[in-house]
Design a binder for this molecule. Structure first.
Ligand code: ADE
Ligand code: ZN
Length: 326
């Protein structure tokens, strides 16, 4: 069996996936047309060739602009179903999916429209496609804590569909501590919490996410290796890291895939997982991320099995559900 075939065949969980980041250029253009939203790209190829990023912020500018085509509940439903079908075809059995409601509310799209469309798709897919899911509402860290509090209060009324609270967007200048009280409230309401940390920020931002926000998992976290004390803490406490190899290379966190520290982290005994982040922008879904990392870093089949097992261990599935996969 080829390495690609081996990767495609093993059950996986995906834990770091922004649903807005699955908006493929073709769907973006179709929804732009449907909703009368002008786009700076004449066709899908023009969009794809514009997807060159120097860093996280240069990506976020393009990513937030594209979300303007998402207007109706049906748009959010269609976007989510399209991802779930791709996930199922790649043997993703469980997905924990981020969404960014503040980017839609700022454009006048009601919270209920966003959550209604995404939530209905997740619910339909559970029975129809056979994939289990959790929905994680991300707080945009470049906005104020007050702005985040407003969506947190809305999320409480949608707890049947929203399980967790995350933190994303521009890491530079927006440390985790800015959201200490919001995250305390989120935990009080019964949401689990995660945060992007150590993507562009250094190891101290990972420690701060653990200490100030009490997150159960770190998104990215690749800068942890700078701090041996932190590495030991992550190892002993089995705090998972959701690594996104293609994203890290496309956003210049690493100069090339060969320089990625995924294998070093795996060999250090950390609970690392492989994920796709924003696959419509970074050139691949979860299997392509496994393959690109495996080829550049000489991962063997045992490494790949370990990464896939870690993805279930790192999920918020119950222990009974995890036993199906571990
Ligand atoms: N929003 C979407 N993708 C992101 C990433 N990789 N980092 C921070 N915010 C994001
Ligand atoms: Zn992300």
């Amino acid at each position: 069996k080829t390495l690609a075939g081996f990767i495609a065949g093993i059950p996986k969980a995906e834990l770091h996936l922004h649903i807005e980041g699955t908006l493929e250029p073709e769907m973006m253009l179709a929804l732009g047309e449907r909703n009368g939203v002008p786009l700076p790209y004449p066709d899908a190829d023009a969009a794809k060739s514009a997807y060159h990023f120097s860093d996280l912020q240069s990506f976020l500018d393009i990513y937030y602009r594209a979300t303007a085509v998402l207007v109706t509940e049906q748009d959010f439903y269609d976007l989510t179903i399209a991802y779930l079908q791709k996930a199922v075809s790649r043997k993703v059995c469980h997905a924990e999916i981020f969404f960014d409601p503040q980017s839609h509310i700022a454009r006048g799209v009601p919270f209920e429209t966003v959550v209604g469309g995404i939530g209905q798709a997740l619910s339909d897919a559970n029975g129809g496609l056979g994939i289990s899911t959790k929905l994680i509402m991300c707080i945009l860290r470049h906005l104020s804590e007050e702005d985040g509090n407003a969506v947190l209060e809305q999320a409480v009324r949608w707890k049947r569909w929203i399980s967790g609270i995350g933190l994303d967007s521009s890491e530079k200048g927006n440390p985790p501590g800015k959201f200490r009280e919001l995250f305390a409230k989120a935990r009080h309401y019964g949401f689990f919490t995660v945060a992007h940390a150590g993507e562009e920020g250094n190891a101290s931002s990972i420690s701060e996410a653990l200490d100030a926000l009490h997150v159960i998992r770190i998104d990215h976290g690749v800068h942890c290796m700078e701090d041996p004390v932190l590495v030991e803490r992550l190892r002993l406490d089995r705090i998972p890291l959701t690594i996104c190899p293609l994203s890290n290379v496309r956003l210049n966190v690493f100069g090339s895939m060969r320089e990625h520290n995924l294998k070093t982290m795996l060999d250090a005994g950390l609970c690392v997982t492989i994920n796709s982040d924003d696959p419509a922008y970074f050139g691949g879904y979860v299997n392509e991320n496994y393959l690109a990392a495996a080829e550049a870093l000489n991962l063997d089949r045992n490494d790949i099995i370990r990464l896939a097992r870690n993805s279930f261990e790192a999920s918020v599935l119950s222990n009974v559900q995890k036993k199906l996969y571990l």
